[in-house]
Design a protein around this ligand. Structure first.
Ligand code: F6P
Length: 342
């Protein structure tokens, strides 16, 4: 079989380890041939493909990013998009099946194409860890490790200056990175999209930590919406007065915390640092296991299915199930973290 691999959506540490595992097992055990689509679905619609042999994947498990490139291209849009064009392109290049590595958007496109008859298997990818069908996604552990290290550093400078430090981490819709890194770093407040929290409550946590002689550490997920910011406006990127919002949520919270507590406050946005660089050992192992299971799916012709971590085992779930509800932070997980705010 000749199999095409693509990585799509935001990049994430561990993508290269998935590619390596698929190609290694596919060549060594099954004698398949591989090509890579450049820049996700963009490479599919444009027929932009590169050969993927053993040499191409040597030593890449520890490399961040993706050797194939990625984009947020929608394969149903543009002059070359759509099922028929893609089918013609696959035929022209003699490609029998696709392994699509990506998050929600990628899997939704993969489902539509599989429903139309294409042979696709999926591998879940999101640094945010918000796909409901899999217990953990690779990239998440790396992001948490980077955020935790950054917060450990923020604490020593915060302590030296008796300041409150606000760290903004990724998490557009869910607060998993904030919850885990905040717990690991011993944050005095963790603010996540799933949990309504008033400015008064935030100020209370900060003040209490300060009064115990600590330099308060607040971790906030980028998708957190404080009570005083109108949700509808926030989603459109406007503040409650209809003006464009300036800065991320961390930058917007810091002056309010300072004003309400009288404690000098600084904000740091960790941004894409959380997605860059070398994956942790855990993420390399998870990525490798998912890649190995994905090639099994292809060999067994389980089209329209995604590999997923369930407990300690890798299982195969339908795209439909994979596209189910977002995995949000349950109340009990937040409450258990909040006990540690002091
Ligand atoms: O979905 C993963 C994620 O890293 C989010 O946490 C973040 O909001 C978004 O991607 C950033 O996207 P981009 O890299 O396109 O700026």
């Amino acid at each position: 079989m000749r199999i095409g691999i693509l990585t799509s959506g935001g990049d994430c540490p561990g993508l290269n380890a998935v590619i390596r595992a698929i190609v290694l097992k596919g060549i060594a055990i099954h004698g398949h041939e591989f090509v890579g689509f450049r820049d996700g679905w963009r490479g599919v619609v444009d027929g932009d493909i590169v050969p993927l042999g053993r040499k191409d994947i040597q030593g890449i498990a520890k490399q961040g990013g993706t050797i194939l490139g990625t984009s947020r291209t929608n394969p149903f849009e543009g002059p070359n998009g759509g099922v028929e064009n893609i089918e013609r392109m696959l035929e022209r290049h003699g490609i029998d099946a696709i392994v699509a590595i990506g998050g929600e958007g990628t899997l939704a496109a993969a489902k539509r194409l599989t429903d139309a008859g294409l042979k696709i298997v999926g591998v879940p990818k999101t640094v945010d860890n918000d796909l409901g069908a899999t217990d953990y996604t690779f990239g998440f552990d790396t992001a948490v490790a980077i955020a935790t290290e950054a917060m450990d550093r923020l604490r020593t400078t915060g302590e030296s200056h008796s300041r409150c430090m606000v760290a903004e981490v990724m998490g557009r819709h869910v607060g998993w990175i904030a919850l885990h890194s905040g717990m690991a770093a011993g944050a005095h407040a963790i603010l996540i999209p799933e949990q309504k929290t008033s400015m008064e409550q935030i100020a209370k946590w900060v003040r209490a930590a300060y009064d115990r002689g600590r330099a308060p550490l607040v971790v906030v997920a980028e998708g957190f919406v404080p009570d005083h910011e109108d949700n509808a406006h926030t989603e459109r990127g406007l503040d409650a007065f209809g003006r464009p919002r300036l800065g991320g949520i961390g930058e917007r919270l810091a002056p309010l915390i300072e004003e309400m507590t009288g404690i000098e406050t600084r904000a740091t946005t960790l941004g894409h640092i959380q997605r860059g660089g070398t994956p942790t050992a855990y993420d390399r192992v998870l990525s490798t296991r998912l890649g190995l299971a994905a090639i099994d799916s292809v060999v067994e012709e389980r089209w329209g299915r995604m590999v997923a971590l369930r407990g300690t085992e890798i299982e195969h779930v339908s795209f439909e199930e994979a596209l189910g509800e977002l995995k949000t932070v349950p109340q009990a997980r937040f409450d258990e973290a909040a006990i540690m705010f002091g």
